[in-house]
Ligand binder design. Structure first.
Ligand code: ADP
Length: 177
């Protein structure tokens, strides 16, 4: 699914966040220590190679809602923005902290003049955020931010599996018919 909103191309696909060739920046669903792990962080660190962990070390720890930027190393992307999502029901208010992730990631991208960025569904894996709720917060925040974007012209959501992609398509269609 693809939508053009105020000159920004918003796209939803299913795939692997660590193999997005055509975007300048990918977002990591990071942990506080900015280490490799399971899920998105594992895929991104495996793709980037050990130099990513070295670059991350002095930037850690980060707090829920925060975002930091590094190079992409061996990934096909110039940059990685690492966001720490809230652990659902533990890091409160979870909704605001999740919105902060998307807002802070987009603001960092703007500061670097990034034109295209791909997000995973932050917090919906081991952090336990229900995906329908998370997708609503993600798209609400992005739709709010779109009028402020100058350099970012493409925002892609990369979801693991067609069910996750369908949830996101449904949410976006209801927020922006
Ligand atoms: P968090 O700790 O923020 O919950 P996870 O990495 O555990 O992050 O999961 C976030 C979401 O990303 C989940 O919906 C999970 O299914 C999905 N996911 C896991 N691996 C990948 C991948 N390689 N590419 C895209 N999405 C992924």
């Amino acid at each position: 699914m693809e939508k053009e909103i105020s000159g920004v191309n918003l796209e939803i696909i299913s795939g692997d966040i660590a193999s997005q060739e055509e975007v300048q920046c990918v977002v990591n669903a990071a942990n506080a220590q900015l280490l490799s792990g399971g899920g998105v962080a594992g895929a991104i660190h495996r793709g980037a190679g050990p130099d990513l962990a070295r670059e991350c070390r002095p930037l850690a720890p980060i707090s829920p809602g925060q975002a930091v930027i590094t190079g992409g190393h061996n990934l096909p992307n110039e940059y990685v923005i690492h966001c720490l999502g809230p652990i659902y029901g533990v890091d409160n208010p979870s909704e605001e902290l999740l919105a902060d992730c998307y807002r802070n990631a987009l603001q960092l991208a703007e500061q670097k003049g990034i034109t295209s960025i791909a997000f995973p569904s932050i917090s919906t894996g081991v952090f336990g955020y229900p995906m329908a709720d998370a997708s609503e917060t993600a798209f609400r925040t992005i739709l709010e931010e779109i009028p402020n974007l100058r350099s970012v012209r493409k925002i892609r959501f990369v979801l693991f599996g067609s069910d996750a992609a369908e949830v996101h398509e449904h949410t976006l269609a209801s927020l922006h018919p």
